[in-house]
Design a protein around this ligand. Structure first.
Ligand SMILES: Nc1ncnc2c1ncn2[C@@H]1O[C@H](COP(=O)(O)OP(=O)(O)O)[C@@H](O)[C@H]1O
Ligand SMILES: [Mg+2]
Length: 314
């Protein structure tokens, strides 16, 4: 992969908080690359080091060790140039409660040096695209959570960055808002934006990301496409049989079997159905889920992923 096709290149990146030797190693010398145009996800439980990584890449925290290139620029030497070309949506919004939706966008554009004569039109365009035109003159603090998150993303796009960092974009949102937001992120990707996001939701990573890095205790334990991650597990796979309901009833019963080989499962399943005098009306193979992969690779209980932080995610 040559440099021009990489949005982020990280080598040996580490962050230790507190004492230089005994303090907590929140990010433990990680290496990874984000390709241009992809949605890349950091997936891991709370405390894994996801936010710390984003903060280092966006210049909000100083690494203890290692290096990073963002859009071909060196993080240590060219941070101000990098900042003009990236957008950041932190977990807690950085917008102002007392300013209207429109004024928050204008304010962001001033910060990023968007020419004055372009600001108003661009703000209206962003409001429209995030379905917030009706809330143009509503103060930020009075918007719903989902709207606040959407506006925070809009503000991060104010200067048309090439790379967008999203820290836990859907945490704390209701199901519908979260789905809308994922749709917006997918649209951004379709338009060519590179997106780096963090999440502790497996399903979100699975649905949204082209590639996923699984992070646990400061380390990347796996990094690949969803399809490849799934194929790496030994934990197979099952089959799902739909058999005709009792007495030929029209609602089929679904049965799941798992084991080591698809062939033997099919034979078993068919034999069982036949012994009961029932017809098999459908047969599917079932892939291991990303959850299975995560549990196998990290040794973590899935409950570790479901612990939500309180009071976060404005
Ligand atoms: N400013 C800080 N000072 C000390 N420890 C911190 C600080 N920020 C985060 N940590 C610790 O570093 C670890 C990683 O945190 P964080 O990067 O926020 O993880 P994540 O975003 O994956 O939940 C956690 O143990 C957290 O308590
Ligand atoms: Mg975090």
């Amino acid at each position: 992969m040559n440099e021009a096709s990489l949005a982020v290149q990280v080598e040996g990146l580490a962050k230790r908080y507190g004492h230089p030797e005994t303090g907590l190693l929140a990010v433990d010398h990680i290496d990874f690359e984000v390709r241009r145009g992809e949605v890349f996800g950091f997936l891991g439980p709370n405390g894994a080091g996801k936010t710390t990584t984003i903060r280092m890449l966006t210049g909000l925290a100083q690494p203890t060790a290692g290096s990073a290139r963002i859009l071909g620029l060196d993080r240590a030497r060219e941070l101000s140039r990098i900042k003009k070309r990236i957008g950041l949506v932190p977990e807690a919004s950085n917008l102002y409660d007392e300013l209207t939706a429109f004024d928050n966008l204008i304010f962001s554009m001033r910060l990023y040096g968007v020419p004055h004569r372009q600001q108003a039109a661009r703000a209206e365009e962003l409001l429209a695209r995030f379905r917030l035109s009706e809330k143009r003159d509503t103060r930020f603090g009075r918007l719903s959570r989902g709207m606040r998150r959407a506006l925070t993303i809009a503000a991060a796009l104010a200067h048309k960055p090439d790379l967008l960092f999203l820290d836990e974009p859907t945490t704390g949102l209701d199901v519908v808002s979260a789905r809308n937001l994922r749709q917006m992120i997918a649209t951004l990707r379709d338009e060519g934006m590179t997106v780096f996001l963090t999440t502790h939701y497996l399903e979100e990573a699975e649905r949204l990301c082209d590639r996923i890095a699984m992070m646990v205790r400061g380390r990347i334990v796996a990094l690949d496409t969803v399809a490849e991650l799934r194929s790496q597990t030994n934990g197979f796979t099952g089959i799902e049989l739909a058999v005709e309901g009792h007495n030929g009833g029209s609602v089929p019963e679904i049965r799941r079997l798992s084991g080591d080989s698809v062939e033997s499962l099919i034979v078993q399943g068919m034999a069982a159905a036949q012994a009961e005098g029932r017809r098999v009306v459908a047969l599917n193979t079932v892939q291991p889920s990303l959850e299975d992969v995560f549990v196998e690779l990290t040794g973590l209980d899935l409950d570790a992923m479901r612990i939500e932080k309180n009071g976060k995610g404005k």
